[in-house]
Design a binder for this molecule. Structure first.
Ligand SMILES: *Cc1c(COP(=O)(O)O)cnc(C)c1O
Length: 460
């Protein structure tokens, strides 16, 4: 093939937006263990999940066989408003680093919600509408998921209640106003609108809330309201399925130049952007079609892959969700109140956990100040102000490119730039002021979290 010059940005055409998602579950030879109903300790059936989640999402969640799943035309139409997203060749970053490596990133921050989360929000809102539901509920911590979902529910004409962790709603009033502009009702959690919230308020008056508490409120509201379901922005298999659009578009763009990446890097919180980015490349690796390496990057303050246990655990701290077999720090783990934002989840997607357990990928934990150093370097070279979460991936992409400089290897590195950081300026302020602290939990800190892992026969 004639060697084409690679442009700074590669956009697919609208026609080339994928028509099907890629189901990593079907590509995996060893499937992850099923979710368990905590009452019976039996594998969750569709009937266990349907009172909580939309029917189509439940079917997708349990689909281990179809490698490709059609993207409904209504969802593809919404995707056309902000997709395809560009695949960028980071020429300026390469030059500044003086590396022989080629660096590419897939930019998912070019929509109003500012992150990749919209890819699944629109799908979940569509399926809720299709089922004839009137409303959905969710929780949000840092606010990206709530914002993405409010855009999607506005488009499909659904009501949305967002339980927003109280401290975040006070610290990020602008996020709240974006959600309200799109028509969402934002309730600081804990609230007096649910039994779970009232209980917490009675026990801990004045508490700033937690994600676990907000999940409990959102699930309770969904299952006790007519024509309402709960939606979740990460961790679950159907969310990773929707996020596979990131990897499929990246692969289609790279294929135009005959490029297979040597290294694919993404940040991991619940694992959805990473699972979606790697999906088609990992499928090819499992099928023996490439020798790509994969790295998931997590914060040293919440190191579920690198220091967690691979056991069955609850997905929330209130212990009301099904049990998932995953790498976890324990559902009672409390991360330090630093600014790793969306990467502060105690567990990890079962798909990503299984891939890690089988040695199909590596994981790296990085400290906060090193992450912001990379964010600043990236902003100054590539011009984009990255989200703190995304900057975890930038950190390791830079480190790997610098290794190439030492060894002279010309690796092709692809990383996911999941979002922009405009709502994270208080974290940037700390970095700029020199007051940002790194926090690495001690083994004793972790032991407290591990003590909250359920003591069931499956974990013996
Ligand atoms: C939520 C979020 C993440 C982490 O979530 P995953 O499910 O692990 O992808 C990463 N980056 C940004 C910008 C986010 O908003």
């Amino acid at each position: 093939m004639a060697k084409q010059p690679i442009p700074y940005k590669t956009y697919l055409s609208e026609e080339e937006i994928p028509r099907q998602w890629y189901n990593l579950n079907a590509a995996m030879k060893k499937k992850h263990e099923p979710f368990l109903n905590p009452a019976t300790l039996k594998a969750c059936s569709a009937d266990d999940l349907k009172p909580v989640f939309c029917d189509d999402c439940v079917e997708q969640e349990l689909n281990m066989t179809d490698l490709y799943v059609d993207i409904p035309e209504e969802i593809r139409d919404f995707y056309k408003m902000y997709r395809p997203s560009p695949l960028v060749r980071a020429y300026c970053l390469e030059k500044a680093l003086g590396t022989p490596a080629e660096i590419y990133y897939k930019l998912e921050g070019n929509n109003t919600s500012g992150s990749h989360k919209l890819n699944s929000a629109v799908a979940q809102a569509y399926y809720a509408k299709k089922q004839g539901l009137k409303s959905v509920t969710t929780e949000t911590g840092a606010g990206q998921w709530g914002t993405a979902l409010s855009m999607a529910t506005a488009y499909f004409g659904l009501d949305l209640i967002v339980y927003m962790v109280k401290v975040s709603s006070e610290q990020k009033p602008h996020r709240k106003e974006v959600m309200r502009t799109y028509g969402a009702q934002v309730i600081p959690s804990p609230s007096d609108t649910t039994a779970a919230g009232r209980k917490i308020l009675a026990e801990f008056p004045g508490t700033g809330g937690s994600l676990g508490c907000a999940i409990s409120e959102a699930v309770e509201k969904a299952v006790t309201s007519d024509s309402c379901r709960y939606v979740l922005g990460s961790v679950l298999d159907h969310v990773i399925l929707h996020q596979s659009i990131i990897g499929l578009e990246s692969k289609a763009a790279l294929d135009k130049y005959g490029i297979t990446p040597d290294l694919v890097i993404g940040c991991v919180g619940g694992g959805s952007n990473y699972g979606g980015l790697i999906a088609p490349f990992m499928g090819d690796k499992i099928a023996g079609k490439n020798e790509t390496e994969f790295i998931g990057v997590e914060p040293a303050s919440c190191p579920s892959l690198t220091r967690g246990k691979f056991v069955y655990d609850f997905c929330d701290s209130a212990k009301i969700t099904p049990l998932a077999k995953m790498y976890t720090l324990g559902c009672g783990f409390m991360p330090a109140p630093n600014h790793a934002g969306g990467l502060r989840y105690h567990g990890m997607s079962p798909i990503v956990s299984e891939l890690y357990h089988e040695g199909l990928m590596r994981a790296v934990a990085v400290e906060q100040s090193k992450v912001f150093e990379a964010a600043e370097y990236f902003a100054r070279t590539e011009g984009i102000l990255p989200a703190p979460e995304s900057s975890h991936a930038i950190r390791v992409a830079i480190d790997e490119a610098l290794k190439c400089k030492e060894t002279g290897k010309k690796k092709r590195i692809l990383f996911g730039l999941t979002g922009t950081g405009y709502f994270d300026m208080s974290a940037y302020k700390q970095y700029n002021d020199g007051t940002m602290k790194d926090y690495i939990p001690t083994d004793e800190d972790l032991a407290k979290g591990f003590a909250s892992i359920p003591d069931i026969p499956q974990n013996k």
